[in-house]
Design a protein around this ligand. Structure first.
Ligand code: UDP
Ligand code: MG
Length: 167
C-alpha cells in the first residue's frame, strides 16, 4: 500500500551538517520525495506537532529543541516521502527514539545523543503511522507544496490574502 511519511531533519541534524547523509540513507528506501522545504518553526507549530506529548515532563524542552533554540539553528527541513510502506521503511532506517537504544547503524543510532538534561537529540522525525502522517502533513504543508494529491482538497479563491510576489 502506498503511503506518505513526514520527515523532519531536526535542528541538530542541520547543525551537524547531516542533511546529505540523512537523505542518502533515506534513498535506500527507493521512495519518492513529493515535497521538501525549509521551515522556521513557530511555537504554535511545534506545540501542535508534539501535542500527544504535552503532559510529559520534557514537553517544554522538545518544543525548544524543534524550534532550534538548543542549537542556534532556527529551522528544520521538512520532506514528504511517498510509496510502498513508506512509514515502516523510514522508521526502520531512522531507528529507535532513544539514540542509545537505536540500532547503531540506523540514522539515530549513528548520529543521535542524549543531552545532559535528558532530551533525546535524535536528528530526524518520522511519522509513526498513517493517521499521524496525515495529521502532520496537513500541519506542515499546503496542498500546492506537494507534487501529488495525497489527500482530498478543494479550490478556493483567496484574493484578500496578503502574500509576497517577486518585485
Ligand atoms: N523525546 C525525548 N524523551 C523521551 C521521549 C521523546 O526527548 O523520553 C523526544 C525525542 O526527540 C522524540 C520526540 O520527543 O523524537 C517525540 O517523541 P515520540 O515518542 O513521538 O518519538 P518518535 O516518534 O520521534 O520516535
Ligand atoms: Mg512520534
Amino acid at each position: 500500500m502506498n503511503q506518505a511519511a513526514l520527515i523532519l531533519i531536526k535542528p541538530d541534524g542541520l547543525k551537524k551538517s547531516l542533511t546529505g547523509n540523512i537523505l542518502t540513507r533515506l534513498s535506500e528506501t527507493k521512495l519518492e520525495i513529493v515535497a521538501a522545504k525549509m521551515v522556521r518553526v513557530s511555537k504554535e507549530l511545534a506545540e501542535e506537532h508534539y501535542r500527544h506529548l504535552k503532559d510529559r515532563p520534557f514537553f517544554g524542552e522538545i518544543i525548544k529543541y524543534l524550534r532550534g533554540e538548543l542549537h542556534n539553528r532556527k529551522k528544520v527541513m521538512a520532506l514528504i516521502y511517498w510509496g510502498e510502506e513508506a512509514i515502516k521503511k523510514c522508521r526502520q532506517l531512522a531507528g529507535a527514539t532513544n539514540p542509545e537504544e537505536a540500532d547503531p547503524t540506523s540514522i539515530r543510532g549513528s548520529y543521535g545523543r542524549i543531552t545532559t538534561s535528558g532530551v533525546y537529540e535524535n536528528v530526524i522525525h518520522v511519522s509513526s503511522d498513517g493517521p499521524d502522517a496525515e495529521r502532520e502533513i496537513k500541519l506542515w504543508f499546503q496542498p500546492d507544496e506537494i507534487i501529488v494529491e495525497l489527500y482530498p482538497c478543494k479550490e478556493v479563491i483567496d484574493k484578500e490574502k496578503k502574500r509576497k510576489v517577486w518585485a
